[in-house]
Design a protein around this ligand. Structure first.
Ligand SMILES: [Zn+2]
Length: 393
């Protein structure tokens, strides 16, 4: 007799176990006790990841927000590290394989490409990563695709699965081919990110990065790696983004690189918006009025910057500056936004004191941006602009 497929219930019990172990780790007072909790927690998390069963992990993470301090970070750090990094046995001893991301901040007057990376460019990118970012002993494999953030693995277990595929590639000394038809369409926005994804392998305990092998102070070493990556890696990446101004962010382990790129993109999008307006509307930055307003949901959630031209109150373009977890209305974010606008030579900067609503367009979902009167408006480029991607209604 056919049976209904067995469906796992809710994952509530598993979430309790995860939460108990994470609380243990977060409240441990010694490195020796940490080791115990970490080991226990690792076994449980890994099991969930390998079974592609994230329900319990996500529930535990949700509940960890209300648990004692540091519980969430203890659990999230461990889940991320197990999703992006693993040990594989080999004849040469245990090898650690770790997922990495090389982010690129980019803007454009037309749709920013996502695309298969042709083999010669992929090899060139791999050579530059090996030479300037990863340690001299690291072996790497790269996915042959220039990803948009929306095309990256969406779950911890999907990230872990990609890691496993790349570990096979490293062993077999080949690239990972990504069939573009399996990826969803990236949104068409003025300023975005693109990512190169891969994995590196080192013997357990060996350094990951080039800057770990240098004898100069760490920050200095890391900066020198970034600078060489920007020039040499930049030359390798340039043919993929012809006509699209871009800037490289330091490649790192997957989750850390994605977070750093998110932060860096906030600042990048300000300068990019000014350059965009100059390019498509022919507006010199001095004629721009930028209005900074804080948008409130439950609390202050993000700043929105509306751009207008001259005396007009119409908003021609805008950018969003989302706040991250440890930022609130006491963080000096507006000073940072102002100094970026000034550095981009924006003529007039207005800062609104009122709490603005988190408004979006009912038709297209685009955020509304403030003008200097504090009205939240849909951004529309002036008629004469040849944006090509505009959306009028
Ligand atoms: Zn709209």
């Amino acid at each position: 007799m056919p049976r209904a497929p067995f469906r796992r219930k809710s994952g509530a019990r598993e979430a309790n176990t995860l939460l108990r172990l994470a609380e243990g780790l977060a409240s441990s007072k010694s490195r020796a006790e940490d080791v115990f909790w970490e080991h226990e927690l690792q076994m449980v998390v890994l099991q969930h990841l390998e079974n592609a069963d994230e329900e319990a992990i996500n529930r535990a993470l949700d509940r960890a927000h209300d648990a004692p301090d540091a519980t969430f970070d203890a659990l999230a750090d461990l889940v991320e590290s197990l999703a992006e990094s693993m040990i594989v046995p080999s004849e040469a001893g245990a090898q650690r394989v770790t997922l990495f991301c090389a982010p690129i901040l980019v803007w454009g007057r037309s749709k920013i490409p996502t695309r298969t990376i042709p083999k010669p460019q992929l090899q060139n990118i791999e050579v530059q990563l090996s030479a300037h970012i990863f340690s001299s002993k690291a072996k790497i494999a790269v996915v042959d695709y220039l990803f948009a953030p929306d095309q990256l693995p969406r779950s911890y277990s999907a990230s872990h699965e990609l890691l496993q595929l790349l570990a096979d590639c490293i062993r077999e000394r080949r690239h990972l081919t990504m069939p573009p038809e399996t990826l969803e369409e990236a949104p068409d926005v003025v300023c975005d990110m693109r990512m190169i994804i891969g994995a590196f392998q080192v013997a357990e305990g060996e350094p990951f990065y080039a800057w770990q092998e240098m004898t100069t102070p760490v920050e200095e070493s890391r900066l020198s790696s970034l600078n060489v990556w920007r020039t040499q890696g930049g030359n390798a990446i340039k043919p993929l983004l012809v006509g699209f101004p871009h800037e490289l962010v330091l490649p790192r382990t997957f989750f850390a690189a994605c977070r750093e790129a998110d932060l860096a993109s906030r600042a990048y999008s300000i300068g990019a918006s000014v350059s965009f307006l100059e390019a498509v509307a022919g507006t010199p930055p001095e004629r721009l009025v930028a209005t900074i307003g804080g948008c409130w949901g439950k609390g202050l959630e993000e700043y929105r910057i509306g751009f207008s031209i001259g005396d007009s109150d119409e908003v021609v373009h805008g950018c969003v500056w989302p706040l991250v977890s440890d930022e609130d209305d006491d963080t000096p974010v507006t000073e940072e936004i102002e100094s970026l606008l000034r550095a981009a030579n924006v003529g007039t900067i207005v800062q609104l004191d009122e709490q603005l609503p988190l408004e979006f367009c009912d038709d297209c979902g685009a955020p509304h941006f403030p003008n200097r009167e504090g009205e939240m408006l849909h951004a529309h480029l002036p008629d004469e602009a040849n944006g090509g991607t505009m959306h009028l209604h």
